[in-house]
Design a protein around this ligand. Structure first.
Ligand SMILES: Nc1nc2c(c(=O)[nH]1)N[C@H]1C(S)=C(S)[C@@H](COP(=O)(O)OP(=O)(O)OC[C@H]3O[C@@H](n4cnc5c(=O)[nH]c(N)nc54)[C@H](O)[C@@H]3O)O[C@H]1N2
Ligand SMILES: Nc1nc2c(c(=O)[nH]1)N[C@H]1C(S)=C(S)[C@@H](COP(=O)(O)OP(=O)(O)OC[C@H]3O[C@@H](n4cnc5c(=O)[nH]c(N)nc54)[C@H](O)[C@@H]3O)O[C@H]1N2
Ligand code: SF4
Ligand SMILES: [Mo]
Length: 684
């Protein structure tokens, strides 16, 4: 009998907080998982979902052995096979596909199940092997890309300010972000600011858990936020409260932006956004007199046709007020780009024989059904559940059902996607493998030390691809680097922000803050744009075919008159409090707490349809149907219906909101447009 052992690790999920955690191991078994009390952001607490992590690891439906399909695709019937047999079959199929169609017929589809740099999406685990095979490249467009592109045009980077500096703000705009659900550890910093007198405003079509805790709530129509931002700037400029020195020294194109702002007076903006003009004037006046003002905006906000333009324009507001130069001012989105990970060393794109095409996550249905140059013939799904998470579910299912598509799914659980696999490979969970993580809502790197041996025959993603490389007879040494070697290479960029951060130190301490000043004002010495200034007018945007001046791009589906008439409600399917995307949505207790699929309707919209609270309804459009229970509440504004993402279709009547979402691209980066979806709702 050995005494309890405490092993430091990190939560791998797609959540801005990337908590540092401590696993207690007794007799080789993980018996307790808790948040690391030493970590300044985690502060000892995990969340409603991850408190059930160890229960999830031991769940009876966990996949523990390689499986081969015996039923029809989608049926989910499999037989157990050995690893050698599985890898030999995969290697054989890949050789045949490469001979017939070339390497580009292979698509490694990485999802956000783990964001790790070694095992997960950030590092595109196995990328080196796919490079050697000349596979298609993966475009991770599903989550944050449109807003990221928009910010790059304005500020040169999507990195934004350190979220911890919100504690220094006097006015915080929580703009299209549901902090208390989608990354609750930031709330402490919001509360610190409040204790020092800060005013907190939530801007969200839905009165969320977060909006209910704010001092003020504005509910714009979905996708109209850039117009709202221009209206607020209009009020600031009307009061003469713009920061002329910052505008002259720190920005490019003020004349052009000022003209654009002039075209968005509060009366017009009220018409576009549905926010009363007096509320726009009042908030504009508050912004004009409050320094510093900070905006926290996350990814939900940009899941619209104009999602790129939205973030691009929001980032102009703190420039008009000069707040980018002040601790506690500016805009926070995703801190990812503050981390100088050596991606070239990690990915080794030099191993690719020739440049290959990029396939977009949000277009997986179309790619599987329509591509023929070459067709996708082998799909590796790695920590992803596209049959539940990606847009236009019925198309994806038709694509995955193709008999000539060879699908390999690396998973923990028998998801809707795994049901379509030819081969399922059992994957380790975070406390069973090693990984390196950054947090996209803070500035700490974490090392995740494996705490226990994997159950059954589960293997890490890296080990899976090392073994597959051997079965393919490949002799490139870089395919066989160990997890620790990969981590050393990732940390080897020599960037000053990594000063003093070694793998040894991370292993000892669990985490380390980037070597940046505290408080961190990232753009005190200028912006990483071509001009070195914040760009209201961007030549790069113009070259990419966008309006050179920051502005407003309306949502797509409401702007189509025929669609708007047939489908009069805008559907938002945002983060569920109890699931993390579709992860955890098979956990019995979390499913019980979440309840079945629900859709919230305003009393006026419900009455017009004869729908009462608790009634079963059908949510439809030309792409699909979702059945749900109606909740009638003024927590949503008229014209908007609210539901959540995450439910597994196979556990909830065969569909989830992605049955209704289109594969259209947002304005920038090919981002997803989940919240830009029109539907009709009828009582069942
Ligand atoms: N519990 C939990 N936490 C999560 C996740 C989860 O599934 N569950 N998902 C994780 C992932 S993958 C991500 S990317 C992040 C996302 O985190 P968030 O950005 O918070 O994501 P959402 O919940 O999609 O959207 C946030 C809010 O934006 C609002 N919104 C939608 N459209 C608009 C709009 O046009 N204007 C305005 N002003 N608001 C709008 C929605 O009503 C919602 O309340 O959260 C992560 N954290
Ligand atoms: N309607 C609607 N749909 C949405 C969104 C929305 O706002 N509305 N948001 C979108 C967003 S922001 C995102 S990021 C995507 C996420 O979509 P996906 O990237 O598909 O993420 P998940 O649905 O959580 O599926 C992740 C899977 O990875 C598995 N997994 C977890 N860890 C590991 C691991 O270490 N190894 C392996 N092999 N597997 C692992 C989990 O069991 C889970 O089944 O969903 C998008 N879908
Ligand atoms: S999901 Fe987010 S809040 Fe929950 S443990 Fe993971 S990082 Fe922390
Ligand atoms: Mo995401």
């Amino acid at each position: 009998m050995t005494g309890p052992l405490k092993v430091l690790g990190a939560c791998p999920l797609d959540c801005p907080d990337t908590c540092s955690w401590e696993v207690t191991v007794e007799d080789g078994r993980a018996v307790r998982l808790r948040g690391n009390g030493e970590h300044p952001f985690t502060r000892g607490a995990l969340c409603a979902k991850v408190n059930r992590w160890l229960e999830r690891a031991e769940a009876p439906d966990r996949i523990l052995y390689p499986l081969r399909r015996v039923g029809r695709k989608g049926e989910g019937r499999f037989e157990r096979i050995g690893w050698d047999e599985a890898l030999e079959e995969i290697a054989g199929r890949l050789r045949g596909i490469i001979d017939e169609h070339g390497g580009e017929a292979i698509w490694p589809y990485w999802g956000t199940g783990t964001l790790g740099w070694i095992q997960g999406m950030n590092g595109q685990a196995g990328q080196r092997l796919f490079n050697v095979l000349g596979a298609s490249r993966h475009h991770p467009s599903i989550c944050s890309i449109a807003g990221g592109h928009g910010l790059v045009y304005t500020t040169g980077t999507s990195a934004g300010i350190d979220p911890e500096t919100l504690a220094l703000s006097k006015l915080i705009l929580l703009w299209g972000t549901n902090t208390l659900t989608s990354g609750h550890h930031l709330w402490k910093f919001v509360q610190d600011a409040r204790r020092d007198g800060a005013h907190v405003v939530a801007i969200d079509p839905i009165r969320t858990r977060t909006a209910r805790q704010a001092d003020e709530h504005l509910a714009p129509l979905p996708g109209t936020d850039a117009a709202l931002a221009l209206g607020l700037m209009n009020v600031v400029v009307g009061l003469g409260a713009e920061d002329r020195e910052f505008l002259a020294e720190g920005t490019l194109g003020w004349e052009e932006l000022r003209e654009r702002i002039a075209a968005f007076p509060p009366g017009r903006v009220a018409g576009i956004t549905g926010v009363p003009a007096r509320d726009i004037v009042a908030l504009g006046e508050r912004i004009a007199r409050t320094r510093p003002t900070a905006i926290r905006a996350t990814m939900g906000l940009q899941r619209h046709a104009g999602g790129g333009a939205t973030l691009r324009t929001l980032a102009c507001l703190p420039a008009v007020t000069g707040d980018w130069a002040r601790p506690g001012g500016g805009l926070s989105y995703s801190t990812d780009d503050h981390y100088p990970i050596d991606q070239a060393a990690l990915f080794r794109d030099d191993l690719r024989p020739a440049m290959t095409r990029k396939l977009s996550m949000t277009r997986i249905g179309e790619a599987l059904l329509d591509l023929d140059d070459p067709p996708v013939r082998a799909l590796f799904v790695i920590a992803a559940n596209p049959a539940a998470s990606a847009p236009h579910q019925s198309k994806i299912r038709r694509g995955l059902a193709r008999e000539d598509l060879f699908t390999v799914v690396l998973e923990h659980f028998p998801t809707d996607t795994a049901d379509y696999a030819d081969i399922v490979l059992p994957a380790t969970m975070q406390h069973e493998h090693a990984d390196l993580h950054n947090g996209y809502g803070h500035l700490y790197l974490s090392w995740n030390e494996p705490a226990v041996a994997p159950p059954g025959e589960c293997l890490s993603t890296t080990e899976t691809f090392r073994r597959l490389a051997r079965h393919l007879g490949l002799d490139e040494p870089a395919l066989y680097d160990s997890d620790e070697e990969l981590a050393e290479q990732a940390l080897g960029s020599g960037d000053p922000r990594l000063t003093g951060i070694t793998l040894d130190r991370l292993r000892k301490e669990g985490f380390a803050r980037l070597a940046v000043p505290d408080p961190f004002v990232p753009f005190a010495d200028g912006f990483p744009t071509p001009s070195g200034k914040l760009e209201f007018v961007s030549e790069r945007a113009a070259m990419a075919g966008h309006d050179p001046v920051a502005g407003y791009v309306p949502p797509a589906e409401p702007a189509d008159p025929e669609r708007a008439r047939r489908y009069p409600l805008s559907l938002i399917s945002s983060a569920s409090h109890h699931f993390l995307n579709t992860t955890f949505a098979n956990n019995p207790e979390l499913r019980r707490r979440a309840g079945g699929p629900r859709v919230v309707l305003h009393p006026d919209d419900a009455a017009a349809r004869g729908i009462t609270d608790g009634r079963r309804v059908r949510v439809t459009n030309d792409r699909g149907t979702l059945e749900a229970v109606a909740e009638v509440s003024d927590a949503v504004r008229p014209g908007v219906a609210a539901t959540t993402k995450g439910h597994w279709p196979k556990l909830s009547g065969g569909a989830n909101p992605n049955a209704l979402v289109d594969e259209r691209d947002s304005d920038m980066g090919g981002g997803a447009v989940y919240h830009d979806t029109r539907v009709q709702i009828t009582a069942l």
